[in-house]
Design a protein around this ligand. Structure first.
Ligand code: IPD
Length: 252
Protein backbone atom coordinates (compact mmCIF):
# COMPACT_ATOMS: atom_id res chain seq x y z
CA UNK A 1 0.00 0.00 0.00
CA UNK A 2 1.03 3.64 -0.01
CA UNK A 3 3.29 4.94 -2.74
CA UNK A 4 4.11 8.54 -3.61
CA UNK A 5 0.86 9.28 -5.42
CA UNK A 6 -1.51 7.51 -3.03
CA UNK A 7 -3.22 10.72 -1.93
CA UNK A 8 -3.77 11.75 -5.56
CA UNK A 9 -5.17 8.34 -6.42
CA UNK A 10 -7.59 8.44 -3.49
CA UNK A 11 -8.68 11.96 -4.51
CA UNK A 12 -9.31 10.77 -8.08
CA UNK A 13 -11.47 7.88 -6.87
CA UNK A 14 -13.53 10.12 -4.57
CA UNK A 15 -14.04 12.73 -7.29
CA UNK A 16 -14.96 10.16 -9.95
CA UNK A 17 -17.63 8.74 -7.64
CA UNK A 18 -18.94 12.23 -6.81
CA UNK A 19 -19.01 13.22 -10.47
CA UNK A 20 -20.72 9.93 -11.30
CA UNK A 21 -23.56 10.72 -8.92
CA UNK A 22 -24.13 14.09 -10.60
CA UNK A 23 -24.07 12.51 -14.08
CA UNK A 24 -26.41 9.67 -13.07
CA UNK A 25 -28.94 12.16 -11.74
CA UNK A 26 -28.64 14.46 -14.77
CA UNK A 27 -28.99 11.59 -17.26
CA UNK A 28 -32.79 11.50 -17.00
CA UNK A 29 -33.27 15.28 -16.82
CA UNK A 30 -33.69 17.88 -19.58
CA UNK A 31 -30.36 19.01 -21.02
CA UNK A 32 -29.06 22.06 -22.78
CA UNK A 33 -26.98 20.69 -25.65
CA UNK A 34 -24.43 22.60 -27.75
CA UNK A 35 -22.18 21.45 -30.55
CA UNK A 36 -18.40 21.80 -30.80
CA UNK A 37 -16.34 20.75 -33.83
CA UNK A 38 -19.25 19.13 -35.73
CA UNK A 39 -22.99 18.54 -35.49
CA UNK A 40 -22.23 15.20 -33.80
CA UNK A 41 -19.68 16.60 -31.32
CA UNK A 42 -21.87 17.44 -28.33
CA UNK A 43 -21.45 19.13 -24.98
CA UNK A 44 -23.90 19.85 -22.15
CA UNK A 45 -23.90 21.99 -19.04
CA UNK A 46 -23.19 18.80 -17.04
CA UNK A 47 -19.87 18.29 -18.90
CA UNK A 48 -18.86 21.82 -17.84
CA UNK A 49 -20.18 21.43 -14.30
CA UNK A 50 -18.37 18.14 -13.70
CA UNK A 51 -15.10 19.29 -15.26
CA UNK A 52 -15.22 22.47 -13.14
CA UNK A 53 -15.84 20.44 -9.98
CA UNK A 54 -13.02 17.97 -10.64
CA UNK A 55 -10.46 20.64 -11.54
CA UNK A 56 -11.34 23.05 -8.72
CA UNK A 57 -11.26 20.32 -6.06
CA UNK A 58 -7.93 18.99 -7.32
CA UNK A 59 -6.47 22.48 -7.61
CA UNK A 60 -7.36 23.16 -3.97
CA UNK A 61 -5.57 20.02 -2.80
CA UNK A 62 -2.66 20.03 -5.25
CA UNK A 63 -2.02 23.68 -6.21
CA UNK A 64 1.18 23.00 -8.18
CA UNK A 65 -0.38 20.37 -10.46
CA UNK A 66 -1.36 20.95 -14.08
CA UNK A 67 -4.47 19.99 -16.02
CA UNK A 68 -5.48 18.84 -19.47
CA UNK A 69 -9.24 18.52 -19.76
CA UNK A 70 -11.71 18.09 -22.61
CA UNK A 71 -13.96 21.11 -22.16
CA UNK A 72 -11.13 23.46 -21.15
CA UNK A 73 -9.32 22.38 -24.33
CA UNK A 74 -12.49 23.02 -26.36
CA UNK A 75 -12.54 26.53 -24.84
CA UNK A 76 -9.00 27.11 -26.10
CA UNK A 77 -6.76 25.96 -23.23
CA UNK A 78 -3.43 24.55 -24.43
CA UNK A 79 -2.80 20.83 -23.97
CA UNK A 80 0.81 20.54 -22.90
CA UNK A 81 2.25 17.56 -21.09
CA UNK A 82 5.22 18.79 -19.06
CA UNK A 83 7.16 16.72 -16.48
CA UNK A 84 4.98 18.29 -13.74
CA UNK A 85 2.25 16.15 -12.22
CA UNK A 86 -0.62 16.47 -14.71
CA UNK A 87 -4.27 15.43 -14.50
CA UNK A 88 -5.92 14.41 -17.77
CA UNK A 89 -9.69 14.62 -17.44
CA UNK A 90 -12.74 13.73 -19.49
CA UNK A 91 -15.72 14.79 -17.36
CA UNK A 92 -18.27 12.80 -19.40
CA UNK A 93 -17.00 10.30 -21.88
CA UNK A 94 -19.94 9.31 -24.02
CA UNK A 95 -21.60 12.74 -24.09
CA UNK A 96 -23.71 11.73 -27.10
CA UNK A 97 -24.97 8.71 -25.11
CA UNK A 98 -25.61 11.02 -22.15
CA UNK A 99 -27.69 13.36 -24.32
CA UNK A 100 -29.78 10.44 -25.57
CA UNK A 101 -30.02 8.78 -22.15
CA UNK A 102 -28.18 5.76 -23.52
CA UNK A 103 -26.70 4.46 -20.29
CA UNK A 104 -23.04 4.06 -21.28
CA UNK A 105 -21.29 7.07 -19.80
CA UNK A 106 -18.13 7.45 -17.78
CA UNK A 107 -15.88 9.86 -15.94
CA UNK A 108 -12.22 9.44 -16.83
CA UNK A 109 -9.32 10.77 -14.75
CA UNK A 110 -5.73 10.02 -15.69
CA UNK A 111 -2.59 11.18 -13.90
CA UNK A 112 0.93 11.55 -15.33
CA UNK A 113 4.27 12.48 -13.75
CA UNK A 114 7.47 13.01 -15.72
CA UNK A 115 5.34 12.43 -18.83
CA UNK A 116 4.58 8.87 -17.69
CA UNK A 117 1.08 7.72 -16.84
CA UNK A 118 0.91 6.79 -13.15
CA UNK A 119 -2.72 5.85 -12.68
CA UNK A 120 -6.14 5.93 -14.29
CA UNK A 121 -9.59 6.00 -12.74
CA UNK A 122 -12.72 5.45 -14.85
CA UNK A 123 -16.20 5.33 -13.40
CA UNK A 124 -19.05 3.77 -15.36
CA UNK A 125 -21.75 6.02 -13.93
CA UNK A 126 -24.88 3.96 -14.52
CA UNK A 127 -23.50 0.52 -13.76
CA UNK A 128 -21.54 1.93 -10.82
CA UNK A 129 -18.36 0.19 -11.88
CA UNK A 130 -15.09 1.73 -10.83
CA UNK A 131 -12.13 0.79 -13.01
CA UNK A 132 -8.67 1.62 -11.70
CA UNK A 133 -5.13 0.98 -12.85
CA UNK A 134 -1.88 1.99 -11.16
CA UNK A 135 1.51 1.63 -12.76
CA UNK A 136 3.10 -1.61 -11.57
CA UNK A 137 0.18 -2.41 -9.26
CA UNK A 138 -2.49 -3.98 -11.44
CA UNK A 139 -5.88 -3.04 -12.83
CA UNK A 140 -9.19 -3.62 -11.06
CA UNK A 141 -12.93 -3.21 -11.47
CA UNK A 142 -14.76 -2.82 -8.16
CA UNK A 143 -11.84 -4.58 -6.51
CA UNK A 144 -11.65 -7.47 -8.98
CA UNK A 145 -8.41 -7.96 -10.88
CA UNK A 146 -8.64 -7.35 -14.66
CA UNK A 147 -6.93 -9.38 -17.36
CA UNK A 148 -7.08 -8.93 -21.16
CA UNK A 149 -8.29 -11.93 -23.16
CA UNK A 150 -5.01 -12.68 -24.94
CA UNK A 151 -6.89 -13.58 -28.16
CA UNK A 152 -4.73 -12.94 -31.22
CA UNK A 153 -6.86 -14.53 -33.97
CA UNK A 154 -9.15 -11.96 -35.57
CA UNK A 155 -11.59 -14.70 -36.64
CA UNK A 156 -12.18 -15.47 -32.95
CA UNK A 157 -12.28 -11.87 -31.80
CA UNK A 158 -14.91 -9.42 -30.64
CA UNK A 159 -13.69 -6.03 -31.83
CA UNK A 160 -14.67 -2.60 -30.54
CA UNK A 161 -14.40 0.69 -32.36
CA UNK A 162 -15.94 4.17 -32.23
CA UNK A 163 -17.16 6.40 -35.03
CA UNK A 164 -15.99 9.71 -33.58
CA UNK A 165 -17.68 13.03 -34.31
CA UNK A 166 -16.34 13.64 -37.85
CA UNK A 167 -18.74 13.08 -40.75
CA UNK A 168 -16.73 14.16 -43.80
CA UNK A 169 -16.67 11.71 -46.74
CA UNK A 170 -13.04 10.60 -46.22
CA UNK A 171 -13.62 9.77 -42.54
CA UNK A 172 -16.81 7.87 -43.31
CA UNK A 173 -15.16 5.95 -46.13
CA UNK A 174 -12.29 4.92 -43.86
CA UNK A 175 -14.66 3.87 -41.08
CA UNK A 176 -16.81 1.77 -43.41
CA UNK A 177 -13.89 0.17 -45.23
CA UNK A 178 -12.33 -0.86 -41.91
CA UNK A 179 -15.64 -2.32 -40.81
CA UNK A 180 -15.86 -4.23 -44.09
CA UNK A 181 -12.31 -5.59 -43.70
CA UNK A 182 -13.07 -6.82 -40.20
CA UNK A 183 -16.24 -8.55 -41.33
CA UNK A 184 -14.42 -10.13 -44.28
CA UNK A 185 -11.82 -11.39 -41.80
CA UNK A 186 -14.79 -13.02 -40.03
CA UNK A 187 -14.43 -11.28 -36.69
CA UNK A 188 -17.06 -12.67 -34.30
CA UNK A 189 -18.52 -9.19 -33.97
CA UNK A 190 -17.89 -5.46 -34.10
CA UNK A 191 -19.38 -3.16 -31.43
CA UNK A 192 -19.74 0.61 -31.23
CA UNK A 193 -20.84 1.53 -27.69
CA UNK A 194 -20.35 5.32 -27.81
CA UNK A 195 -17.70 5.68 -25.11
CA UNK A 196 -14.08 5.11 -25.99
CA UNK A 197 -12.98 4.86 -22.35
CA UNK A 198 -15.58 2.22 -21.52
CA UNK A 199 -14.74 0.32 -24.70
CA UNK A 200 -11.15 0.27 -23.46
CA UNK A 201 -12.31 -0.93 -20.04
CA UNK A 202 -14.11 -3.83 -21.73
CA UNK A 203 -10.85 -4.66 -23.44
CA UNK A 204 -9.01 -4.60 -20.10
CA UNK A 205 -11.54 -6.95 -18.56
CA UNK A 206 -11.35 -9.43 -21.46
CA UNK A 207 -14.95 -8.78 -22.54
CA UNK A 208 -13.60 -7.75 -25.95
CA UNK A 209 -10.35 -8.58 -27.72
CA UNK A 210 -9.32 -5.47 -29.65
CA UNK A 211 -10.18 -1.83 -30.08
CA UNK A 212 -9.21 0.78 -32.64
CA UNK A 213 -10.21 4.35 -33.42
CA UNK A 214 -9.00 7.28 -35.47
CA UNK A 215 -8.96 10.74 -33.91
CA UNK A 216 -8.89 9.86 -30.22
CA UNK A 217 -7.89 12.62 -27.81
CA UNK A 218 -5.54 12.21 -24.85
CA UNK A 219 -8.44 12.51 -22.37
CA UNK A 220 -10.17 9.57 -24.08
CA UNK A 221 -7.07 7.47 -23.61
CA UNK A 222 -4.98 8.51 -20.61
CA UNK A 223 -6.73 6.72 -17.75
CA UNK A 224 -7.65 3.70 -19.89
CA UNK A 225 -4.08 3.26 -21.08
CA UNK A 226 -2.86 2.51 -17.54
CA UNK A 227 -5.78 0.14 -16.97
CA UNK A 228 -5.10 -1.78 -20.19
CA UNK A 229 -1.35 -1.99 -19.65
CA UNK A 230 -1.86 -3.20 -16.09
CA UNK A 231 -4.34 -5.79 -17.39
CA UNK A 232 -1.62 -7.14 -19.69
CA UNK A 233 -2.69 -5.37 -22.89
CA UNK A 234 -0.98 -3.07 -25.36
CA UNK A 235 -1.93 0.47 -26.41
CA UNK A 236 -0.30 1.83 -29.54
CA UNK A 237 -0.44 4.68 -32.01
CA UNK A 238 -0.50 2.73 -35.26
CA UNK A 239 0.65 5.68 -37.36
CA UNK A 240 3.82 6.02 -35.28
CA UNK A 241 4.24 2.28 -35.16
CA UNK A 242 3.94 2.03 -38.96
CA UNK A 243 6.72 4.59 -39.43
CA UNK A 244 9.05 2.19 -37.61
CA UNK A 245 7.61 -1.01 -39.15
CA UNK A 246 9.25 -3.04 -41.94
CA UNK A 247 8.63 -1.73 -45.47
CA UNK A 248 6.40 -4.72 -46.47
CA UNK A 249 3.91 -3.94 -43.63
CA UNK A 250 3.74 -0.29 -44.60
CA UNK A 251 2.49 -1.25 -48.06
CA UNK A 252 -0.34 -3.54 -46.93
C1 IPD B 1 -16.07 10.77 -27.39
C2 IPD B 1 -16.53 9.35 -27.16
C3 IPD B 1 -16.78 8.67 -28.48
C4 IPD B 1 -15.53 8.71 -29.38
C5 IPD B 1 -15.04 10.14 -29.55
C6 IPD B 1 -14.81 10.78 -28.21
P1 IPD B 1 -16.80 12.51 -25.48
O1 IPD B 1 -15.81 11.41 -26.16
O2 IPD B 1 -15.59 8.61 -26.45
O3 IPD B 1 -17.11 7.34 -28.27
O4 IPD B 1 -15.86 8.18 -30.62
O5 IPD B 1 -13.86 10.15 -30.32
O6 IPD B 1 -14.37 12.10 -28.38
O7 IPD B 1 -16.88 13.67 -26.43
O8 IPD B 1 -18.11 11.86 -25.30
O9 IPD B 1 -16.09 12.85 -24.22
Amino acid sequence: AGGPWEECFEAAVQLALRAGQIIRKALSEEKRVSTKTSAADLVTETDHLVEGLIISELQKRFPSHRFIAEESAAAGAKCVLTPSPTWIVDPIDGTCNFVHRFPTVAVSIGFAVDQELEFGVIYHCTEERLYTGRRGRGAFCNGQRLRVSGETDISKALVLTEIGPKRDPATLKLFLSNMERLLHAKAHGVRVIGSSTLALCHLASGAADAYYQFGLHCWDLAAATVIIREAGGIVMDTSEWLLRAPEKWRRS
